[in-house]
Design a protein around this ligand. Structure first.
Ligand SMILES: Cc1cc2nc3c(=O)[nH]c(=O)nc-3n(C[C@H](O)[C@H](O)[C@H](O)COP(=O)(O)OP(=O)(O)OC[C@H]3O[C@@H](n4cnc5c(N)ncnc54)[C@H](O)[C@@H]3O)c2cc1C
Length: 331
């Protein structure tokens, strides 16, 4: 039976949100291959396996009390892969996925296709992975025909989560993974969590270079609070220092698929568009009527983005609107 595996990244006692996307895409590929879906959990929290078993046919659990390091996790994965020989292995394009996957691929002497935005199986059962290249000007398709497993990291937000399965089997792999190796974890501190994360947000309002100043970007952030929206940015705004790189949307940032995306002073370069084109409704505000962002906008407003934000703020700040939109917020 040919297996498609996903690496189930965990954050403390929770699965990383990307795991839902991996399970959804993994299931789709497994069905196309006529095979089954496996999930690998290498974590101190073996109890997460039950959650995974709702979606995967088999969950391989390497329970180990050590905090995460690439070293011991790659050893666990390699041992499992050599034992069970999966056909395909998928990782999320998270910091951890991007660090762990190449290490595993290099040790196994197989290929790794990074930051894929679309995957399919051809008539010979080969994985074909699509991703933007040459600065987003070309879409390229890459395969790994002669080595196994076929490995890929998935661009975050590019894939849809899937439905639950029939209930999977949990397989404990009680191996002693040698340690401590060359890395030693001295301490762990969680990063501050954004109260309105970009990924998974229903409304995203994003600013670009056309905003013109930090003060105007702050105005956009104020409107976002009133709207209950997450804030994003184009490379233009990030390079100007108005937004942290974590807020970047596009080829080298996050891929979002909100119900509503408002682009203020963003030209619509291909590298930005790949990160937001899946939004249900796109509202673009740009003073140039020929700006490429209007080609994909549901509603286009030709005008000054500062004026637009002031107008929107005024309307949202009407007493009734504030109460309704700010429901559940402290400020
Ligand atoms: C390899 C590579 C990867 C990249 N990855 C990304 C990525 O992940 N994300 C990303 O965003 N970019 C990325 N880029 C950069 C991308 O090519 C563009 O340069 C960038 O998106 C432009 O940002 P911008 O639209 O804010 O700025 P500009 O292109 O400068 O556009 C500003 C827009 O604002 C409009 N404007 C000006 N004043 C006003 C006003 N007062 N009111 C309304 N509109 C106004 C202008 O008409 C213009 O359309 C990448 C580039 C490369 C080469």
């Amino acid at each position: 039976m040919r297996e498609v595996w996903i690496y189930a990244e965990s954050e403390g006692e929770r699965l990383h949100p990307v795991v839902g996307e991996l399970l959804g895409e993994g299931r789709r590929l497994a069905e196309r291959l006529g095979g089954s879906l496996g999930a690998v959990l290498a974590s101190p929290h073996g109890s997460l396996a039950e959650e995974l078993a709702l979606f995967a046919d088999r969950v391989y659990v390497v329970q180990d009390p050590r905090p995460y390091t690439d070293e011991w996790q790659s050893q666990a994965l390699i041992r499992l892969i050599e034992d069970r020989r999966p056909e395909i292995l998928l990782f999320g394009g998270t910091r951890r996925g991007k660090s762990l996957a190449p290490r595993v691929a290099a040790r196994l002497g197989t290929g790794l296709i990074a930051d894929c935005t679309s995957l399919r199986i051809d008539e010979d059962g080969l994985l074909l992975a699509e991703l933007p290249t040459f600065g987003g000007r070309l879409l390229t398709t890459i395969a790994c025909p002669s080595h196994r497993p076929q490995m890929a990291t998935l661009a975050l937000g590019a894939f849809a989560p899937g439905p639950k399965g029939a209930g999977g089997e949990i397989i404990d792999c009680p191996w002693a993974i040698p340690g401590p190796g060359t890395m030693k974890v001295l301490g762990q501190e969680p990063l501050p969590v954004d109260s309105r994360p970009l990924r998974g947000a229903e409304i995203v309002i994003a600013g670009g270079r056309g905003l013109g100043s930090r003060a105007n970007f702050a105005l956009l952030e104020e409107v976002a609070r009133l709207l209950g929206a997450a804030v994003g940015a184009s490379r233009g705004a990030v390079d100007a220092g108005w937004m942290d790189p974590e807020g970047l949307i596009g080829q080298t940032g996050a891929i979002v698929r909100p119900r509503l995306y408002i682009a203020c002073g963003i030209s619509g370069a291909t590298q930005h568009v790949v990160g937001m084109q899946r939004a249900e409704v796109i509202v673009a505000v740009n003073k140039d009527p020929k700006a490429p962002i209007f080609d994909l906008a549901t509603y286009g407003i030709v005008g000054d983005c500062r004026q637009f934000l002031l107008e929107l703020k005024g309307r949202l700040a009407l007493p009734g609107a504030v109460d309704e939109k700010n429901e559940g917020q402290d400020d």
